[in-house]
Ligand binder design. Structure first.
Ligand code: ZN
Ligand code: ZN
Length: 344
């Protein structure tokens, strides 16, 4: 089978390896599609661990099932979430599944950018979802990224009637717009730098899409004017530039919440004024992943058409061109989600 091995964004090599033989507590999936995530493009994060096989947004057909697994069968069209919580540790018992040690250690092998991958019985039991007939393999690759958005919206405690500021309208930002509307948010302002993405945000239903100006106070006043309040009840920062973080921190309402949904480089920082946070009771929070409850809801929203999967995916590539897909994702040129498709 062909396996893509990542060295850096420009250097991804195809290796030929034998198809893995699943053990009794494993199953084998023939990969049909796998999305390229921004996390698959962050060289500062990846190259220290390279060479490695990426791909955690994988979808395929079950090819072989170990004798200890009973809830999936050969031929099932599945999306397999790569991280699985143990459900019994201290973090899981508190509902913080994404902080579970097993969650972070579990993976699909060797990864989604491979013609086949194996996963464990725990994957099969807890977070392998059958794709409904009306959800294509390609659309199924959005379950994991969409689940991350749902996780963030839930953790931020978004309620119908909230006012929301969203910074960044890449692939994730556009899905945020649709999810926030689903949650009953009618007062939404979206910040975006790039013209073509501004047009996309309008197309996806955002009415107020603004380019951030240089004066933070002026931006806050515009938001206050629009929402007729002291700021946005919830702020989602879905861009990894440090300027986006600063902008977001500045727009939050008294008693509001700022959600850090993207990561800058570890050495980048912003200033925080505890006195301002204290007197205004501001909540600062973040999410980095999604759990087995979020993936189920994500699949529902794709199947129902509330999230436009087909419009989110702009480019498809064969596995041999994974490096091009990564570079396209990094470029921020006119592209949204890039997906590797397998026609095996
Ligand atoms: Zn991802
Ligand atoms: Zn756990």
């Amino acid at each position: 089978m062909k396996v893509a091995v990542y060295y850096n964004n420009q250097d991804v090599r195809i290796e030929n390896r034998p198809i893995p033989q699943p053990k009794s507590d494993e199953f084998l999936v023939k990969t049909k599609a796998c999305g390229v995530c921004v996390a698959d493009t962050m060289e500062w994060y990846l190259t220290p661990r390279a060479p490695l096989t990426l791909g955690h947004e994988a979808v395929g057909v079950v090819e072989e099932v170990g004798s200890d697994i009973h809830n999936i069968k050969v031929g099932d069209r599945v999306v397999v979430h790569h991280h699985i919580p143990c459900l019994v540790c201290e973090h899981c018992r508190r509902g913080n599944f994404t902080m579970c040690e097993s969650f972070r250690k579990t993976h699909i092998h060797p990864g989604g950018f491979s013609e086949y991958f194996t996963a464990s019985a725990a994957h099969a039991e807890r977070d392998t979802l059958i794709l409904p007939e009306n959800v294509s393999f390609k659309a199924g690759t959005l379950v994991e990224p969409l689940a991350c958005i749902i996780h963030a919206i839930q953790k931020a405690g978004v309620k119908a009637g909230d006012s929301v500021a969203l910074i960044g309208t890449g692939t994730m930002g556009l899905m945020f717009i649709q999810c926030l509307k689903y949650w009953g948010v009618r007062k939404l302002v979206v910040y975006e730098m790039l013209d073509w993405r501004i047009n996309k945000a309008h197309e996806f239903g955002a009415q107020n899409v603004w380019k951030p100006g240089n004066d933070p106070q002026a931006e806050l006043e515009k938001v206050q004017e629009l929402f007729q309040s002291d700021g946005a009840d919830k702020v989602f920062i879905a861009a990894k530039d440090i300027s986006a973080m600063k902008l977001g921190m500045n727009l939050v309402n008294k008693g509001g919440t700022v959600m850090f949904f993207a990561t800058p480089k570890p050495e980048e920082s912003i200033e925080i004024f505890p006195s301002h946070i204290f007197f205004n009771e501001i909540t600062i929070t973040s999410t980095y992943s999604a759990n087995h409850l979020d993936t189920r809801m994500a699949l529902d929203l794709i199947a129902s058409g509330d999230v436009w999967a087909d419009k989110i995916i702009s480019h498809t590539y064969p596995i041999e061109e994974l490096s091009d897909a990564i570079l396209q994702t990094v470029s921020r040129q006119e592209s949204l989600k890039c997906v590797v498709e397998f026609n095996n």
